[in-house]
Write a new protein. Structure first.
Length: 170
């Protein structure tokens, strides 16, 4: 915080503070430190101030990447940390959806987070609306999480009707 105060004191106008690279990089570092320390609300405010790309948040969350890999078994103690991180991540993504949704991995990133923090019903609703934006490669992740109907929705959205019917038959 002292580094940020010092950097800001060198800029006379608010506009300079929004564009000064030292201030931006200091806010980014502080935000990432706060995020890792589970002070997610403070971190999100800083991320918002600097328009941080969501990919930089993803790499801070252990086991988030690669996106189409399943989550490892997470003990209950760690799960509460993941829930904090992922809820914050999803809040940030949703708040900035207009900006981020044009990126190819936006919906896939949300899906990966939702697998730990949302109910099956919410995940299915999400897939019903957005499956066409998610790569067919994510069917394995859905199978791994026993979201067979979700996998069928994904196949259907990509015109893989035989696979869709096969899943529903089982």
């Amino acid at each position: 915080q002292e580094a940020l105060t010092l950097a800001e004191s060198n800029c006379s106008s608010i506009e300079q503070r929004r564009t000064n690279s030292l201030i931006l990089s200091t806010k980014k570092r502080i935000g990432l430190i706060e995020f890792n320390a589970l002070n997610v609300f403070r971190a999100l405010n800083l991320f918002d101030d600097i328009n941080l790309d969501f990919h930089e948040i993803m790499i801070q969350i252990p086991n988030f990447l690669p996106l189409n890999s399943p989550w490892p078994d997470i003990d209950e103690n760690m799960k509460s940390q993941y829930i904090l991180w992922l809820n914050a991540f999803c809040d940030y993504m949703t708040k900035r959806s207009e900006e981020f949704s044009c990126q190819s991995d936006y919906y896939a990133s949300l899906l990966k987070a939702y697998l730990l923090i949302k109910t099956r019903e919410i995940i299915i609703e999400f897939l019903e609306k957005n499956a066409s934006f998610i790569s067919i490669d994510f069917h394995n992740l859905l199978f791994h999480n026993q979201l067979y109907h979700g996998a069928a929705i994904l196949y259907s959205a990509h015109d893989k009707h035989e696979q869709t019917i096969d899943i529903w038959k089982k």
